[in-house]
Design a protein around this ligand. Sequence first.
Ligand SMILES: Cc1cc2nc3c(=O)[nH]c(=O)nc-3n(C[C@H](O)[C@H](O)[C@H](O)COP(=O)(O)OP(=O)(O)OC[C@H]3O[C@@H](n4cnc5c(N)ncnc54)[C@H](O)[C@@H]3O)c2cc1C
Length: 387
Amino acid sequence: MINDTFYDIAIIGGGISSCVFSSFHLKNGYKGRIAIIENGRNLGGRSSTRNSISNLGWQLNHGSPNFNICNSNNNVMLKTFIKELLDSKIIQSDPSDLIKLYEDPNDQNKLICDFHSCQNYISSSSMSDLSKNIINHYNLKNQVDFYFQTLIVKLKYENNCWILTSKNGYKFKTKFLVCSSNLILHKRSLDIMNTNQIPLRQAIPINSDKKIDTILHLLKNQEYVQRLTFLIYTKSNYCYKDDYKKRFRYFLLNNLLEEKFKFERIIFQKQINNKIGIVIHTRNKKFITEYFQSNNKNKFKNILLDNFNQIFDKNYYINKLIDYQDISIMIWRSSQPSGLGIPENLQVCDKYKIAFCGDWFDLEGFGRIEGAILSALKLSYKISSLD
Ligand SMILES: Cc1cc2nc3c(=O)[nH]c(=O)nc-3n(C[C@H](O)[C@H](O)[C@H](O)COP(=O)(O)OP(=O)(O)OC[C@H]3O[C@@H](n4cnc5c(N)ncnc54)[C@H](O)[C@@H]3O)c2cc1C
């Protein structure tokens, strides 16, 4: 089926970079129609929230729980954008406690986490709402159409127009294409989409454009950190030992503890009904492989509880977890790009009316929300100056 609307811009992906790009573009006076096409059920991508159907009322941020901005290059666009989000109360400074856990107390200076340095912010509501609120702030004339549960698997460029085909056979036409995720440019798309050629390569044959060739070549060497997040829905009688009132409480494990217990971060997320959700992140390759290969997923829930209770044994703030209402698991096959970032001069390819944004560019904040936002602001600026 072909969508009748001929979009001026179609964006593949509805993560934070896509939302920032659209919002900033509209703010700067863009008059065209925009489509945001997202595989998931809502906005936010890796910075989103699990609204569990089996655990109604719970909202757990299962990807990034908050974000940090360093902006050591003093990028004025970024600075102004963050100030606007603060002024409009879409975000606020993160007042949460961050507690670093060490096995050896003499080790204390060594725990540095890229995700918690500099200035930290939280969404005033959930992380999925952050992306939604960013768009709504400037989508005042309803120029943006949203398509969810729509995975784009095929691209075609003909007669100066892009035709995108989704897995369920839906087609979109657009004058300009923005890819906010590099999935359709990366070798991991071959498995995920069960195809034998990377979709962008299929659309633009080799030697047609130097920028496209370079980006595809460089992406061959971009690796990804896998993560699992365990979401624990505690029982209503579970509480802190102290009277901590803030929404979040973060615990970071140093390398030795992470190696021993396989956990990277433990994030306590207080719910509106005062129950406490616990989200545990792991990136331990061996643990993740064992999880995938195991036929007994309950075994991991037991390990989880044992490790949790050992970590917080004798802790001043955290009670043992004897029982729980439910545990669900989120698998992030590619939670964060690592190694090589893509040079930002490859963001726009005017010849083929295609552009890119996301945390995979070699900008301050590579692999983080800061990088995703910065790439989106820069992209809007670059595209505006083409017109
Ligand atoms: C567990 C975890 C913890 C994290 N912690 C932090 C943290 O503490 N601080 C921090 O700054 N960052 C953190 N990050 C990283 C942060 O979440 C990302 O940097 C940021 O969300 C990237 O945003 P993005 O818009 O570039 O990409 P994404 O959020 O990945 O958005 C891209 C979207 O495109 C969609 N998509 C891809 N291909 C297609 C297709 N073909 N068709 C349709 N849709 C498609 C995807 O479904 C996705 O929603 C964390 C990530 C994870 C997973």
